[in-house]
Design a protein. Structure first.
Length: 329
């Protein structure tokens, strides 16, 4: 039922697969931006391994409906590597799992090319993966994805939020859009709007609605690396499902909270469209979407300006408070 994709590191023509499936095609660029001093060698003894796993969720439905499969692989890598880097770790390698009812070689190849691109952006090695054909389990033309990232961080460089203090600055870094969370709500809003996925996006007539919603998740590896070199980073948060209200408290010590000034950053216009078309309240929007902040860093006030300038689209967006919870003002 499952087929290990050993073909991915083979030279052309050496793969198996009597049916002409993906195992007969070599995976291109599998070692994108490999760091030979880090992978596949074990990290030094004074380091921790950090691991994360995630999927793409119902964003895949848009790929099925539009026939565009070349970017969801980037999302797959992004969702895991953006999690592991919040510990101050650098990604080492990535594994993927592709499951479908009947394998479509062209679709699988498009997905894998996206995964390769995601690994290139993340600076990690694509070590391998699993392809599972399960007839009758998935609808025709549909598949599911899961990804697994492993990273390493020196013990003295771990970012865990324990040093966060009241008064520290919160710096946000822009998202590329919805990323990979909240698509059940986004798709419902699109259905209520009466627009087809091939229609021009209301916020960008030069791009179709489907293509705009499929914009891949921003990978923050280079941004976080630059941030860690520039300032004293006390906490990092990947803003995913649950938005700012549910993700930020995870990094804060007991007794502390966060206040965000929502006028300090610009929201992508697609969020206003989703809210209007879907009839969604402000509170639900902030609990569901990243609202244009995909990564948040907590730094001393003295480092706030340098932190915001360390990576593209950085903004000082809030402050750590002495009251638990997240306040949006």
């Amino acid at each position: 039922m499952g087929a290990r994709r050993r073909w991915m590191h083979r030279a052309p023509g050496r793969g198996g697969g009597a049916s002409g499936g993906p195992r007969s095609r070599p995976r291109p660029c599998a070692r994108a931006r490999a760091r030979p001093n880090l992978c596949p060698s074990s990290p030094p003894g004074d380091s921790f391994l950090v691991a994360g796993t995630d999927g793409v969720g119902t964003k895949l439905k848009l790929a099925f409906d539009t026939g565009a499969h070349d970017t969801v692989g980037i999302d797959l890598v992004a969702m895991s590597v953006n999690d592991v880097i919040t510990s101050g770790a650098r990604p080492l390698f990535f594994l993927d799992y592709f499951a479908t009812g009947k394998l479509d070689v062209d679709v699988a190849e498009a997905v894998v090319k996206g995964i390769v691109e995601g690994c290139r952006q993340a600076g990690c090695v694509l070590l391998g993966g699993e392809t599972a054909e399960m007839p009758g389990f998935y609808k025709d033309g549909e598949y599911d994805l899961a990804g697994f990232a492993v990273a390493a961080v020196a013990k003295g460089d771990v970012v865990d939020g324990s040093r966060i203090q009241a008064g520290d600055a919160i710096v946000g870094f822009a998202s590329s859009g919805v990323h990979s969370n909240g698509f059940s709500l986004a798709r419902a809003a699109a259905a209520r709007s009466g627009l087809a996925l091939a229609d021009p996006a209301p916020w960008d007539p030069a791009t179709s609605l489907g293509a705009s919603l499929l914009t891949p998740t921003r990978i923050y590896v280079d941004d976080v690396n630059a941030l860690l070199k520039a300032v004293d980073v006390r906490g990092l948060v990947h803003v995913t499902g649950g938005g700012l209200p549910e993700n930020v408290p995870r990094v804060l010590p007991a007794g502390l909270g966060a206040r965000f000034d929502t006028g300090t950053w610009e929201r992508h216009p697609l969020f206003a469209w989703i809210q209007e078309a879907g009839g969604v309240s402000d509170a639900e929007m902030y609990r569901t979407f990243n609202m244009s902040l995909g990564m948040v860093a907590i730094v001393p006030q003295a480092d706030a300006a340098r932190a915001a300038a360390a990576a593209p689209n950085g903004r000082i967006v809030g402050v750590v408070t002495e009251t638990e919870g997240v306040e949006l003002v």
